[in-house]
Design a protein around this ligand. Structure first.
Ligand code: GLV
Length: 317
């Protein structure tokens, strides 16, 4: 079987792929264009792609009856793959849930703490040689312990974020989710998202990407936040109306924002990078050595399962 791996992955996993498949390793870090996807679907039996690779409905349909029968996506989010179009073309798709839950919850907390405590701003000041010394009134931030945490999307990652808030920071937790969840800690479900946005001191978005959540946090939702709300997004950029968020940050209409994802990644608007009241990370949610290795292994294991005629453990379509 011919396997295409579309971006650099862990060497140990790559070695396993090379043992089992005629493996092509696509060089570079730029995502695949739709035309490249169509060509690859005709040329390879299996593809191990990742975020941004344009497996759109049009790209898949253009491949007709493709040679490719399996896509083992590297990433839990697969909003870059039209899984219905893939199913129609006879292509099985899998993702990498669970293995990145803790790393992504940790990055949410990195953003919560660094936004509340103005860590980005402070570090920039120090590196610029502008720090004048300890100042009883200097760079005061938002106290985190005991504040109300609002989680939008109480899936695996939302729960891991909430758990840290509850057990580590003594936070009352409120959440917005399609269904009520049985949770091993106290958390109150609020059915009206705008109400939650007014109640929580710190709001974290952890919903999956895709058509159902595009601009869930729109201008009206941002307006429902308070002047002191700290807003964090670790899900997908398109879940938030970025321009409305920037308007709110520029006007100091909310307290601050911590972002790991952007509407048009890797493009980040200059209006955003010009602001001091936000902390901006380059989509680091799952970026630990251990997690990225586990993700690569899971993606490959799903492809191997398919190749051996077994059910793919993490199949999504
Ligand atoms: C990262 O954002 C992922 O979806 O795995």
């Amino acid at each position: 079987m011919k396997l295409l791996i579309t971006r650099p992955i862990d060497d140990l996993v790559l070695a396993q792929a090379e043992e089992r498949f005629e493996t092509t390793y696509r060089a570079g870090e730029v995502p695949m264009s739709a035309a490249e996807v169509t060509a690859a679907l005709g040329e390879y039996d299996a593809i191990l792609p990742t975020l941004g690779d344009a497996f759109t409905a049009a790209a898949i349909e253009a491949a007709g009856k493709p040679r490719c029968k399996v896509i083992g996506n590297f990433g839990v989010g697969y909003n870059h793959i039209d899984v219905a179009a893939a199913a129609k073309a006879g292509i099985a798709v899998s993702n990498t849930p669970d293995v990145l839950t803790d790393a992504t919850a940790d990055i949410a907390w990195t953003l919560i703490l660094s936004t509340c405590r103005r860590a980005g701003e402070g570090e920039r000041q120090l590196r610029a040689g502008e720090w004048k010394g300890f100042d009883p009134k200097g760079m005061l931030g938002t106290h985190v312990t005991g504040k109300t945490l609002g989680v939008i999307g109480m899936g695996r990652i939302g729960q891991a974020i909430a758990k840290r808030g509850h057990f580590g920071f003594d936070m009352p937790v409120v959440y917005f989710n399609r269904s009520a969840k049985e949770l091993p800690f106290d958390a109150r479900r609020i059915e009206d998202m705008h109400e939650l946005l007014g109640v929580a001191d710190i709001v974290v978005v952890a919903v999956p990407g895709g058509a159902e959540t595009v601009r869930l946090i729109d201008r009206a939702a941002i307006a429902a936040m308070r002047k002191d709300t700290i807003f964090v997004n670790i899900s997908r950029g398109e879940v938030v109306e970025e321009e409305a968020l920037i308007d709110a940050l520029e006007a100091n209409a909310i307290g601050g924002a911590g972002l790991d994802v952007y509407e048009k990644e890797p493009y980040v608007p200059a209006r955003l990078t010009a602001l001091e009241n936000c902390v901006l990370l380059p989509h680091l949610g799952s970026a630990t050595v251990e997690t990225r290795r586990a993700m690569a292994q899971m993606a490959l294991d799903n492809i191997i399962a398919f190749a051996e005629g077994r059910a793919m453990p993490q199949r999504v379509n």
